[in-house]
Ligand binder design. Structure first.
Ligand code: 8DG
Ligand code: MG
Length: 312
């Protein structure tokens, strides 16, 4: 039997996250957690969220939205963690059950030890809702202009993609973008070979589904703090993406897109259950515009990924 648990990534005005230490005598005791607890029979999930945060922290959430759902089988117990982001609440958070609590910068979250099920939840808590993939550009200066303007729009995760360039031009473009990301909370992800993981000037890499397939076959597993994203087009690939230790996946094409006119759109109807079963954060990709974000998040996605929407 699966225990349905609601948990909250509570943010303050400085984007810090509230975490609490689980009592030593409880399941997964002594580890840090996102506050929450079991949903009672017949209880609505939002009701359980408000009740648990009131009981454990003495706060009442007023603005919240679904972040991610993760199923996980511990040897002694199976849980469905239904995680919500809370962006506004009344009251002063304190450990009402005597549990230590801490407000932590997102970048520091990985320094704390969480239960095994929380791995994708940490990634979801850290990743933004919008993921820009670079589109066409004439030269480096246009590339820099376009990425700069996206960063000014508040986009903080950018994949550099330019399949028409040779290796040297490609590297030069990456090098020209790197300074835009220093000092920002933003991350530059390079679409390309695994060797980019060794490059400390970039935030991570994005793998194609065929790279995923061969890496998965080899039994490759990502370790370390660098972000790894993977392009997925099926439920099986989403499973493989989790198994190789990817931080997130894009799922495409959700709708028709001029970039891949030959591909059959999955449509929201198929995308919903695929996200539901995924065990990593998923960005919807393919024909996405800003106003698709609400629908994507309603289906449990991390957010949306796009070229055209933010590449003007
Ligand atoms: N709240 C919370 N629970 C988590 C997290 N990660 C994780 O694996 N769990 C597991 C541990 C527990 O098996 C279950 C949550 O149960 P709980 O002990 O907090 O439930 P509860 O607050 O209702 O407390 P009680 O019924 O034991 O008094 O989910 C997390 O980040 N937050
Ligand atoms: Mg609890």
């Amino acid at each position: 039997m699966t225990v349905h648990v609601v948990a909250a990534v509570i943010l303050d005005s400085e984007e810090r996250v509230l975490i609490a230490e689980r009592p030593a005598d409880k399941h997964q005791g002594g580890l840090w957690e996102f506050p929450g607890g079991k949903v009672e029979p017949g209880e609505r999930i939002e009701g359980a969220l408000c009740r648990e945060l009131e009981e454990e922290l003495g706060i009442l959430p007023s603005e919240y939205e679904p972040l991610i759902k993760i199923r996980y089988d511990y040897s002694d117990k199976s849980v469905l963690l239904d995680v919500w982001t809370v962006t506004a609440f009344s009251g002063e958070a304190h450990g009402r059950e005597g549990q230590p609590i801490e407000w932590v910068d997102k970048a520091q979250l990985r320094d704390y030890e969480f239960p095994a099920a929380n791995h994708p939840i940490l990634n979801a808590a850290i990743l933004p809702e919008r993921y820009l993939i670079t589109g066409s550009f004439r030269d480096k200066s246009e590339l820099i202009d376009k990425v700069s303007s996206a960063l000014r729009m508040g986009i903080s995760l950018v994949q550099f993609r330019a399949p028409w360039l040779d290796k040297e031009q490609y590297r030069e473009c990456v090098e020209s973008l790197v300074p835009l990301f220093s000092g920002h909370e933003s991350k530059l992800i390079v679409k390309g070979e695994l060797e980019w993981l060794e490059d400390d000037s970039v935030g991570g890499i994005h793998l194609t589904s065929s790279q995923l397939e061969s890496l998965h076959k080899e039994g490759w597993k990502h370790s370390g703090g660098k972000i790894v994203g993977v392009s997925c087009h099926s439920g099986l690939q989403l499973v493989q993406a989790s198994e190789v230790g990817a931080f997130f996946a894009t799922l495409s094409p959700v709708e028709e897109t001029s970039f891949h006119p030959e591909a059959n759109p999955l449509g929201w109807g198929q995308v919903g259950p695929m996200i539901e079963n995924a065990t990593l954060p998923v960005y919807c990709l393919g024909g996405m515009r800003d106003n698709d974000l609400v629908q994507a998040c309603r289906l449990g996605a991390q957010g949306i990924a796009a070229i055209s929407a933010w590449w003007s």
